[in-house]
Design a binder for this molecule. Structure first.
Ligand code: RIB
Ligand code: CA
Length: 315
């Protein structure tokens, strides 16, 4: 069954840049975690658009969760977006309602810090560029010892924005380097995982068959998202549904295979800036691991969790 497990759900703010797949991460987090808040960052689209999109998805779910806006630009890099994948709005392809109101605050970093200081054992789950997370860790180094860990979507053994760099890392490599060096538990859901978790036509149809407005909107978003990926790749039958993996890795660990490794973020390479350098050497004396690399997923079971979560909120 894919309904919430009896063990206490992870408590977390979701940091995101909606983004079609971020929207699905919000749905899964709302269903299977104690979702303390949603923080937004510039990434797939400018901050005002990712924030608007986060509020719209929150409203469609009918949940009482605050949205706080964060960084409008990376720590050092020039702002870059992904409208070629997500469209001008950051979430093109569906008839969306207007947002119900403004964000709760413009201080996502302060919200993250306060949330992690209010109680120990909070997870940070970023599914966009890591700017907000890096700023929070810089402003409050005590968070590293207070949080349960960071489960992120990003990086991988190959790139998508460049041959070597995945978008979330590439968009703000300095922030990513700070996160990968923070010293606490780190879970990385990278492209070698997410490209096996595709929104195929059959899976999109199953979402469309779910009654209610939310399911119809999400099916339309999946159609658009998959259209941009399938039209640009010769090996995909649907869009890799990247972001919910970072949530599912915490809520449904039994669906995944992982390994431990040292992972560093390249910030200077002419061809490799934004690359996650995963040390896969089988040395007897290997560098100390700083990361749990999520490597495989039971994709059918993972989509069953997504379908159930959508059905739970769709009416
Ligand atoms: O490279 C995939 C990542 O970039 C996902 O988080 C997607 O939403 C975009 O932000
Ligand atoms: Ca994202």
């Amino acid at each position: 069954m894919s309904t919430p497990s009896p063990t206490p759900p992870p408590r977390l703010p979701l940091d995101c840049d909606p983004g079609h797949d971020d929207a699905i991460a919000i749905v899964v987090a709302a269903r299977h975690t104690d979702l303390l808040g949603i923080t937004t960052v510039a990434g797939n689209a400018p901050l005002e658009r990712t924030t608007r999109n986060a509020i719209i998805i929150r409203d469609l779910l009918g949940i009482d969760v605050p949205v706080h806006t964060g960084a409008a630009r990376p720590l050092v890099a020039e702002p870059k977006h992904a409208d070629y994948v997500h469209g001008e709005s950051g979430m093109d392809g569906a008839d969306l309602p207007e947002p119900s109101g403004p964000p709760a605050s413009t201080d996502a970093v302060g919200f993250i810090i306060d949330t992690c200081r209010a109680e120990e054992g909070v997870w940070l789950v970023p599914t966009g560029p890591l700017t907000n997370i890096a700023l929070a860790l810089r402003a409050a180094p005590d968070l590293a010892d207070r949080i349960a860990g960071i489960s992120l979507m990003g990086g991988g053994t190959f790139g998508n924005r460049t041959a070597t760099a995945e978008f979330n890392i590439w968009a703000d490599p300095e922030a990513a380097a700070a996160v990968f060096e923070y010293g606490g538990p780190l879970v990385m859901c990278g492209l070698q995982l997410t490209h096996t978790f595709q929104a195929t036509p059959e899976r999109i149809q199953r979402v469309r068959d779910i009654p209610g407005r939310l399911a119809g909107v999400l099916a339309d978003l999946f159609e658009f998202f998959s259209g941009t990926y399938v039209s640009r790749h010769d090996n995909l039958r649907g869009a890799p549904v990247h972001d919910p993996c970072a949530v599912l890795a915490l809520t449904h660990p039994q669906l995944f295979e992982t390994y431990e490794a040292h992972v560093a973020v390249e910030t200077r390479g002419r061809h490799t800036r934004g690359m996650t350098v995963i040390d896969q050497r089988r040395l007897l004396e290997r560098p100390t691991s700083n990361c749990t690399v999520v490597d495989r997923i039971d994709a059918d079971a993972g989509f069953a969790v997504i379908d159930e979560a959508i059905a739970h909120f769709s009416r």
